[in-house]
Design a protein around this ligand. Structure first.
Ligand code: BGC
Length: 281
């Protein structure tokens, strides 16, 4: 399998002042305890919140896979966070603190690692000439939510290889040729599994397939933990309902399409509509 050719087009949803997280303090997987309420003005660690008493949670699968009595032993890995600046460590517990602030739950939750947990995602888009629609290859997660194919990076694996492997496992598509895939985003993910001490970060790649691309010869087939895998016409509602920060990732991908030479006029018009842009004169 060929390695993805990544252009150094690192993008961040908010490069200067990172956005506060929302899903990471309002949503949670079914096994998580209820989150302690974190109002908008008390998300940042620097805002005093003396009453803050989040429940502590570590899922049985987390404790089984990586029992870590020292709580936070792998400093080097935390330094590899994609977030700008240093990861703050809680002086009292020695545990890393979520760079976007409070989440209402402490411990690792359902994530295996303290600090950043790294994933990789691959957004594939195409213009369907038969239906005249702009589509993305999406998978349906166990929760029922649609998402870009992706998953956790294995130890020693590169982000691009992980993205290709997940595409094969979740959607049955092997990218065997050298695809000119762009790196769209690298950073924090507003994921419902995040806690005060463990959080998701990802690298997102994007490729817009031409009409004759060999990848289009394979019909997507769901595998691994995906319930379904299919090309779906993009609509504003679909994009807004995507898992975690995937809606922001798709929007960045669409913005990139607008500035990519060779994007056809129909695709440009559809992207403008999806992003609610005024028609360009
Ligand atoms: C998913 C990725 C997602 C990441 C962060 C992983 O479990 O497979 O698609 O970007 O979590 O939410």
């Amino acid at each position: 399998m060929a390695e993805i050719t990544s252009h150094a087009a690192r993008r961040s949803v908010a490069p200067n002042e990172p956005q506060a997280h929302n899903k990471a303090r309002s949503e949670r997987p079914a096994d998580y305890p209820e989150r302690f309420h974190v109002p908008d003005h008390l998300v940042k660690w620097r805002s005093p919140y003396p009453e803050y008493a989040p429940p502590r949670y570590e899922a049985p699968s987390t404790l089984e896979k990586s029992p870590d009595p020292t709580r936070f032993s792998d400093v080097a890995r935390v330094l590899a966070s994609y977030e700008p600046g240093c990861i703050r460590i809680d002086g009292a517990t020695g545990e890393p603190l979520n760079p976007r602030g409070r989440t209402g739950i402490s411990g690792r939750g359902g994530l295996y690692l303290w600090g950043p947990n790294h994933a990789a995602d691959l957004l594939l888009t195409r213009f369907n000439t038969t239906t005249q629609s702009l589509e993305a290859l999406l998978i349906q997660r166990k929760s029922g939510q649609w998402a870009i194919p992706g998953g956790m990076i294995d130890p020693g694996e590169s982000a691009s290889r992980a993205a290709m492997r997940e595409l094969k496992e979740e959607a049955g598509i092997s990218a065997t040729t050298s695809v000119k895939t762009r790196e769209l985003y690298r950073g924090y993910v507003d994921d419902p599994r995040n806690t005060d001490n463990a959080w998701m970060e990802t690298v997102v790649f994007h490729e817009h397939l031409g009409d004759a691309d060999p990848l289009l010869k394979t019909t997507p087939t769901a595998g691994s933990d995906a319930r379904a895998a299919q090309w779906i016409p993009l609509s504003r509602d679909l994009i807004e309902g995507l898992y975690a920060s995937h809606s922001a990732f798709v929007k960045i991908g669409l913005e990139e399409l607008l500035v990519t030479p060779g994007t056809n006029a129909q695709t440009r018009a559809m992207v403008g509509d999806l992003l609610e842009l005024s028609p360009r004169t």
